[in-house]
Design a protein around this ligand. Structure first.
Ligand code: 6PG
Length: 247
């Protein structure tokens, strides 16, 4: 199974720098397009290692009126906002501190809340209040997603029922100490499916196997939660380096 069979468009970049450049270009275009169509744009960010250079380049994309952009998160780890593993901190350092975005346009997921179930419910309310909603599901103009070596996306992990949840839009995800993973907050499949422009970044050979499992016509969502991307109704672009693409 080749990654060319992935749903949506596949862009194989020259290298990791080229992945970041292409991602910033696509996200910049999505934000400019949303602002010109609807007067504002929403952007949801993921964590991990791959997005940092893309966020840095997005900060200098020309023509994005950051005063009209509203920023959200796809997922967050249960750590303080200043922690090295905080997805908020990553976005703050690489993007948000570098652009003129009003502080009240940034809606952080409270990974450091004492009660993550409540934090998930609060974030669901925030998304519904601040975004256009269709059938109870908030619509994000643009979002950055990733693929884990184990096939997870957002914080929807293999072997768990979280990827099957359809009656909530934000979940608290339990810690998995045996995998050195802290608890998380994550949006659910219905939110991912409604993204208008989804940009998925994947670099390195370890991503090739999971990407092949997403590309396969048949497969188990619970085993490979990234298959949730097959349901994206908007535009979906995979930006891969040659190793992730299997070249
Ligand atoms: C997170 C993520 C997660 C990420 C993948 C890929 O907070 O960990 O949002 O879903 O996108 O784990 O991460 P890498 O970019 O590090 O490979």
């Amino acid at each position: 199974m080749s990654t060319e069979m992935l749903p949506g468009e596949v862009f194989t970049a020259k290298d990791a720098t080229d992945v970041a450049r292409e991602a910033a270009r696509r996200l910049g275009a999505a934000l400019r397009g949303a602002i010109s169509a609807r007067g504002r744009a929403s952007l949801a960010l993921s964590g991990g290692n791959t997005p940092r250079p893309a966020y840095e380049l997005l900060a200098v994309e020309p023509g994005v009126d950051w005063g009209k952009v509203f920023v959200f998160w796809i997922d967050e780890r249960a750590v303080p906002a200043t922690h090295a593993r905080s997805n908020y901190r990553l976005a703050k350092e690489s993007l948000l501190e570098r652009v003129a975005i009003p502080p009240d346009h940034v809606s952080r997921m409270a990974g450091d809340a004492p009660n993550l179930a409540e934090a998930a419910a609060d974030y669901a309310r925030t998304l519904r209040e601040k975004l256009e909603v269709a059938d109870g599901v908030p619509i994000l103009d643009a979002a950055v997603l990733g693929v884990g070596d184990d096939g997870h996306t957002a914080s929807l992990f293999p072997g768990e029922a979280s990827v099957l949840v359809r009656d909530r839009i934000v979940l608290d995800v339990a810690a998995a100490p045996e995998q050195q993973r802290e608890a998380r907050l994550s949006v659910t499949a219905p939110v991912i499916e409604r993204i208008r422009t989804a940009v998925v970044l994947a670099t390195g050979a370890a991503k090739h196997g999971p990407l092949e499992r997403v590309a396969a016509a048949e497969g188990d969502l619970r085993q490979t939660p990234s298959r949730v991307m097959r349901g994206v109704r908007g535009s979906l672009t995979w930006i891969l380096d040659p190793a992730a693409a299997g070249r």
